[in-house]
Design a protein around this ligand. Structure first.
Ligand code: AHM
Ligand code: MG
Length: 349
C-alpha cells in the first residue's frame, strides 16, 4: 500500500514559525524533545508482551541503572530530554510529589512543563491504548531555579499543549494556539508525519464516555444527565452510544475526531473528581478549545482554574461544545428536560 507523502513534524514546526512570527519559536526544541521521548517510550510500549514493562524492563538507562516500570521510564526520559534543552525553569510530573528541578548544571530557561508521563497505565498489561500528556507554560519567576509558582498556573496561560497516544498507530497531537495538528509515527523512518492537519471537533457528537460503574456514587444531577443521554428521543438523536477505554488520552482522541463528551464527575468516593488539573485536564482543555470544543468542571471553564497544589483534581466534562454546554445546564439545574418527568433509559424519552 502506498503511504501518503506527509510533512515531518520538524518541518511543520518551522513552517508554523514562518507563518506566525509573533509566536515565540523558543519552545520548538521542547516539542522536538517531546517527540523524541515519545519515540523512546513507544519503543518499549510496542514490546509490552516481550519485555516485562509492568515490573522491570531488564534494560539499563544511561546511568547504568535498571529501568523499573514503564511509567517511571517515561517520566525519566521526558525529564532527561526536556531538562537538557536549556529552555526549562522547572517541571512537574504525575510521577513525583514535588516539583521536578531541571538537571543539575543545565541552563535555566523561560518555560515550564507539567506532564503525565504515562496516562492510563493500568491498561498496559492488556495492550490497550495509553498516552503521554504535556502542558507548556511560560515561567512567572524571573530568574534562578523555577518554583512551585511557575507550575501552578491556570490553563489559559499555556503556550502549547498536547498528547501522544500509543496505539494501533502512535500519534502526537498538539496545539500552540493556532489550531490542533495530529502526526502519525512512521516507524520505518522514525518520524512523526502530519496526518491530521487542523483538526476540528464536531459541535455535537453522539458518544458519551464515562466510567458508569460509579453511577451509584454520582450526584443526582450527573445521573439525570446520563439517563437523559441514554433515553430514547429522536429529536436529540438519543440514545447516545457509550464508549469508554479507561485511558483519558484514547477516550479524548476518539471523541475529538468523532464528537461526543467525556465525563469524569465528582462523586461520593471522589469529591473533587479523579483527573488532575495541571497535566490532564488543562492541556486537553486547550486542545479541545482549539479544535472548537469545550472543557468544564460543571461550573467553570477548565482553562480558568488556578490550582493551588500540583496534584489538584477536578471534575471534568470535555468534548463537543454543545454536549458540554448541555451537561453544564443539567449540573446547574437549568436544562429544559429537567422540568419534565424523569426520562428513564430506554423508556421512550
Ligand atoms: P492514571 O493517570 O493513574 O493512569 O489515571 C488516570 C486515568 C485516565 O486515563 C482515565 O480517564 C481514568 O484514570 C480512568 O479512571 P477509572 O479507572 O476510575 O475509570
Ligand atoms: Mg494520568
Amino acid at each position: 500500500m502506498e503511504l501518503k507523502t506527509a510533512l515531518p513534524l520538524s518541518q511543520f514546526i518551522l513552517q508554523q514559525e514562518d507563518q506566525h512570527p509573533e509566536a515565540s519559536g523558543e519552545f520548538t526544541d521542547l516539542l522536538m524533545e517531546i517527540a523524541l521521548a515519545a519515540k523512546m517510550i513507544n519503543r518499549l510500549v510496542v514490546r509490552a508482551g516481550l519485555v516485562d514493562i509492568i515490573g522491570e524492563t531488564g534494560e539499563e538507562n544511561v546511568h547504568g541503572e535498571r529501568v523499573q516500570r514503564l511509567d517511571r521510564y517515561a517520566h525519566e526520559t521526558l525529564h532527561r530530554l526536556l531538562g537538557s534543552t536549556g529552555q526549562l525553569a522547572v517541571l512537574a510530573s504525575e510521577e513525583d510529589e514535588g516539583i521536578v528541578p531541571v538537571l543539575q548544571g543545565r541552563r535555566q530557561g523561560n518555560y515550564v512543563v507539567n506532564f503525565d508521563p504515562l496516562d492510563g497505565s493500568s491498561n498496559i498489561g492488556a495492550n490497550v491504548n495509553i498516552g503521554t500528556i504535556f502542558s507548556i507554560l511560560p515561567r512567572i519567576t524571573r530568574e534562578g531555579n523555577g518554583t512551585m509558582l511557575d507550575c501552578l498556573q491556570p490553563g489559559q496561560r499555556q503556550v502549547a499543549a498536547g498528547y501522544v497516544m500509543y496505539g494501533s498507530s502512535t500519534m502526537l497531537v498538539y496545539t500552540t494556539g493556532s489550531g490542533v495538528h495530529g502526526f502519525t509515527y512512521e516507524p520505518s523512518i522514525g518520524e512523526f508525519l502530519l496526518s491530521e492537519p487542523n483538526i476540528r471537533t464536531p459541535a455535537r457528537g453522539h458518544i458519551y464516555s464515562t466510567n458508569e460503574g460509579n453511577y451509584t456514587f454520582w450526584s443526582d444531577e450527573v445521573r439525570r444527565y446520563v439517563d437523559w443521554l441514554k433515553s430514547e428521543d429522536a429529536t436529540n438523536r438519543h440514545p447516545y452510544t457509550g464508549r469508554y477505554v479507561g485511558s483519558l488520552v484514547a477516550d479524548f482522541h476518539r471523541n475529538l475526531l468523532y464528537g461526543g463528551i467525556f465525563l469524569y464527575p465528582a462523586s461520593r468516593r471522589t469529591p473533587n473528581g479523579k483527573l488532575r488539573v495541571l497535566y490532564e485536564a488543562a492541556p486537553l482543555a486547550f486542545v479541545a478549545e482549539q479544535a472548537g470544543g469545550a472543557a468544564s468542571d460543571g461550573l467553570r471553564r477548565i482553562m480558568d482554574i488556578a490550582p493551588t497544589s500540583l496534584h489538584e483534581r477536578t471534575p471534568l466534562f470535555l468534548g463537543s461544545i454543545k454536549d458540554v454546554r448541555e451537561c453544564e445546564e443539567f449540573l446547574q439545574g437549568r436544562h429544559p428536560a429537567l422540568a419534565s418527568p424523569r426520562s428513564e433509559p430506554g423508556g421512550g424519552g
